[in-house]
Design a protein around this ligand. Structure first.
Ligand SMILES: Nc1ncnc2c1ncn2[C@@H]1O[C@H](COP(=O)(O)OP(=O)(O)O)[C@@H](O)[C@H]1O
Ligand SMILES: [Mg+2]
Length: 374
């Protein structure tokens, strides 16, 4: 196992398409790092550069203590698991798993022992004589995983390996993958566009946007202290609500004026907002931090609104609302709510859970200090 270090790594395709820029990431030995971001943000490119399948345009990549910029993929001792599994269709499961070991000229006895061991770990012993076409999607995915594990590589690289599975299987396989990584203590870099997968799997997650790292931190840290509007809006379902309004400073109090409603902001924000009087700003609040009931011990700010749609999800109900000014937002309430379309309601905002962002797609979160913005 090994540490993976990327220093100022950049990739420009064909001298014009900038896919990744100024990428700095230090992945500890044995860590499970998830790189997450929307399609096209440069995740696969980053992974392929670590694997050696793509040359870096700038910067350095280290695996262990070795600078691998010019080391061919075969010699990097990494194993990559792809979204489409990339199994050899004409080989059996056993042969697929044994292939890399055979290439290394391992004795047949050792290969067989290793394949048996790993297939036991993944619960695919009974499939060893089948060809990939006789397997379900979930089974193929396990074989692809097994093929990577038998090699006992320094680093595992996963490129959206669960995307082709149906929703239920994706969730169970995700949990198994996490348990397995815990057991193997292997350095893993896992790429996904799925924020729920990132949150559940990552020890740390690295959020990317347009080829640039936005934030690197533990899942709850990123969720609770997003450095900008992009990260705040990307993580969480339903997504964070954003309201555009103005800051008013008066004596000791900072407030946020949105249409007819005034939101009193927590005292701790008074100082950081001292330059924002009368300036346009974006208030962010997650759907679970709005409620029909007062928050005990807090200043209870209210947004008046009308219910558009009530969506029971089972464990909770998502309520879609519109304020006076036509601004739409979403609130999560308990599963047995009596709310229905066209009801006029007052929603309480948990004052302590408010974020204030500068305007713009990646507007900075001014309510957190010591951010990991790079
Ligand atoms: N081989 C290539 N040649 C030119 N452009 C590419 C190539 N591969 C990817 N790109 C571009 O680089 C950007 C990042 O792509 P990619 O790394 O595949 O993103 P992701 O995996 O996050 O969806 C995209 O704009 C994509 O079109
Ligand atoms: Mg990709």
């Amino acid at each position: 196992m090994a540490r993976v270090l990327l220093e100022n790594v950049g990739k420009i395709y064909d001298g014009k398409v900038s896919a990744v820029s100024n990428f700095n990431l230090d992945i500890a030995d044995g860590e499970f790092m998830v790189i997450v971001g929307p399609s096209g943000c440069g995740k696969t490119t980053t992974l392929r550069m670590i694997a050696g399948l793509e040359k870096t345009t700038t910067g350095n990549i280290y695996i262990g203590d070795i600078l691998v910029n010019d080391v061919p993929p075969k010699e990097r001792d990494v194993a990559m698991v792809f979204q489409n599994y990339a199994l050899y269709p004409h080989m059996t499961v056993y042969q697929n798993m044994a292939f890399a070991l055979k290439m290394r000229n391992l004795p047949a006895g050792q290969i067989s022992k290793r394949v048996k061991e790993v297939s036991g770990l993944l619960g695919i012993e009974r499939l060893l004589n089948r060809k990939p076409r006789a397997l379900s999607g979930g089974q193929r995915q396990r074989v692809a995983l097994g093929r990577a594990i038998v090699r006992n590589p320094k680093v595992f690289l996963f490129d959206e390996p669960l995307s082709n599975l149906d929703a239920k299987l994706r969730v169970t396989t995700r949990a198994e993958l996490k348990a397995m990584q815990h057991r193997l203590q292997s350095t893993s870099v896992y790429v996904t566009h799925d924020q729920a997968e990132a949150m559940t799997l990552g020890e740390r997650i690295c959020v990317m946007h347009n080829g640039v790292i936005q934030q690197v931190a533990g899942p709850m840290e990123v969720y609770e202290r997003p450095v900008n509007t992009f990260v705040a809006g990307f993580l969480g379902t339903p997504a964070m609500n954003f309201f555009t309004g103005f800051i008013k400073l008066k004596n000791d109090t900072a407030s946020f004026v949105i249409d007819k409603d005034t939101i009193i902001l927590p005292q701790r924000l008074r100082t950081v907002l001292s330059d924002y009087h009368n300036k346009e700003i974006v208030l962010g609040v997650r759907p679970e931090h709005l409620s029909l009931h007062q928050f005990p011990g807090r200043i209870n700010n209210i947004i008046s609104a009308t219910v558009n749609v009530v969506e029971p999800v089972g464990i909770r109900t998502d309520v879609h609302l519109t304020n006076h000014n036509g601004k739409k937002f979403v609130v999560c309430v308990g599963p047995y709510t009596k709310l229905k379309a066209n009801d006029a309601v007052k929603m309480y905002i948990d004052q302590e859970k408010i974020h204030i962002f500068e305007p713009g797609e990646t507007g900075k979160n001014v309510t957190i200090s010591g951010s990991t913005l790079t």
